[in-house]
Design a protein around this ligand. Structure first.
Ligand code: HEM
Length: 420
């Protein structure tokens, strides 16, 4: 049998290899124990995996820049001519929130914040409840006819996708299209797509741009009470309004950042339910614990497992010199399982007293703009399941569950379960 990456010296494998991505928690345990600031000799990338250092880097946006947009576009820094030809049919990619630094970042953040107010999130609650109950009705129906359901496609995916589709003015008829675009962006981020997949993603992204350019123009004329209208009409201090490539870049971020991540946390929460029924019995007895459940699920799932930074000046982190221009990866999912912060870090404990200190939404100026929306979606998604179900059981071997390899995001491809 081939030797596992976990048994080899660190410098013989790469944290970005499919082998390391297949066992991220054990691999991160090793990084934290042996080299919490580690330079991979193969890629030259620095990996930071302990809680305090990840937070310190996320906070120091002057030394650790988010201008990694170019590095994440297809084929790295040199755009492939075939991909460039497809992109020429759409709007040029621009760096906006996630891939921009202060002070420019402040303008985007100031504008998009206007769409994510506490009022907006509160008014969405009844819609989210309706969506969840409808999906549970359908799942219970499928339980009777098929004896099991696939929780990712039947529950975890449609909740955030429907909420954000409604808010971005996408009609239900275009739901499948919307999901395809979301998947295309995720494929582009994965760092794993081959040339054919990259070409297909580039085509889909151009379709996405034309579709939304039309919706944005409609909302410019006829605003409604939704996120897309707020973005078209956003004003920030005496700055100019957002132009079309900027708005499309922001919508693209909302689509990817808002869907895949929330889906992954819901699915992981249900998997935890099947593994820790006693913890969920506590929740049924005391529904007030749901808020802490959401934090503990976010801690253990950390769907945005890793994020890039570009080093802007020669620096030193925990005694390791890092030259200007280096690529660095902060590992939120490792930080959230750091044993010096979370005793028994891989165990699910719904009463964990410091679950709220988890950093699944990041830290510093880029901290997730959709965090309150995501928390609301998770809260309602779990509350509705707790109200309606007594028992969740995995309908396959745990070893058969798949997490598609992705250097930034992590989540279950499918979750077959039996519900009662
Ligand atoms: C469980 C769900 C979610 C998780 C775990 C998550 C995680 C994150 C993380 C870690 C960051 C910071 C990245 C960095 O430091 O570079 C981030 C930023 C961001 N998130 Fe989320 N997110 C979630 C849900 C959402 C939702 C629902 C939306 C919107 C609909 C959203 C939109 C964004 C955007 C636009 C940014 C960039 C903000 C900026 O750079 O200022 N996210 N998210």
């Amino acid at each position: 049998m081939a030797e596992s990456i976990l048994d080899k010296p660190l410098n013989e494998g790469s944290p970005l290899s499919p082998e390391a991505l297949a066992c991220p928690h054990q691999y991160n345990n090793r990084l934290r124990a042996e080299a919490p600031v580690y330079q991979c000799p193969h890629s030259g990338v620095y990996f930071v995996s302990d809680y305090e250092t990840v937070r310190a880097i996320a906070k120091d946006h002057e030394t650790f820049s988010n201008k990694f947009g170019q590095a994440m576009r297809p084929m790295g820094s040199e755009v492939d001519p075939d991909i460039a030809a497809i992109q020429a049919k759409g709007y040029a990619p621009v760096d906006t929130m996630l891939t921009e630094d202060p002070p420019v970042h402040r303008r985007y953040r100031g504008m998009v914040n206007q769409a994510f107010t506490a009022r907006r999130v509160a008014t969405l609650q009844p819609d989210i409840e309706r969506i969840c109950h409808d999906l549970i009705d359908k799942m219970m129906h499928n339980m009777q006819s098929k004896g099991q359901v696939e929780l990712v496609t039947e529950y975890a995916e449609p909740i955030p996708l429907t909420v954000i589709a409604e808010q971005l003015g996408v009609s239900l008829d275009d739901y499948e299209l919307f999901k395809t675009w979301s998947d295309a962006f995720v494929a582009q981020l994965s760092g794993m797509a081959d040339k054919e997949q990259q070409l297909e993603s580039a085509r889909l992204i151009v379709d996405f741009q034309h579709y939304f350019a039309k919706r944005l123009e409609e909302r410019r004329e006829n605003p409604r009470d939704d996120i897309i209208s707020d973005i078209v009409h956003a004003q920030f201090e005496d700055e100019r309004p957002l132009d079309m490539p900027e708005m499309l870049s922001i919508l693209q971020q909302l689509l990817v950042a808002g869907n895949e991540t929330t889906t992954n946390s819901i699915a992981e929460g249900v998997l935890l339910w099947s593994k820790y029924p006693d913890q969920f019995a506590k929740l049924k007895a005391n529904p007030e614990l749901v808020e802490n459940l959401v934090e503990e699920v976010l801690r253990l799932s950390t769907p945005t497992a890793n994020m890039w930074r570009v080093v802007t000046r020669d620096t030193e982190v925990q005694g390791t010199p890092i030259p200007k221009g280096s690529m660095l990866q902060i590992r939120f999912s490792s930080a959230n399982r750091d044993e010096s912060i979370y005793p028994d870090p891989h165990t699910f404990d719904v009463e964990r007293t410091n679950a709220k200190t988890q950093i699944a939404f990041g830290y510093g100026v880029h901290m997730c703009i959709g965090a309150s929306l995501a928390r609301k979606e998770l809260n309602v998604a779990f509350r509705c399941l707790l109200e309606r179900l007594n028992h969740v059981e995995l309908a396959c071997d745990e070893a058969d569950l798949q997490y598609p390899p992705n250097v930034l995001l992590r989540g279950l491809a499918a979750l077959p379960v039996r519900l009662s």
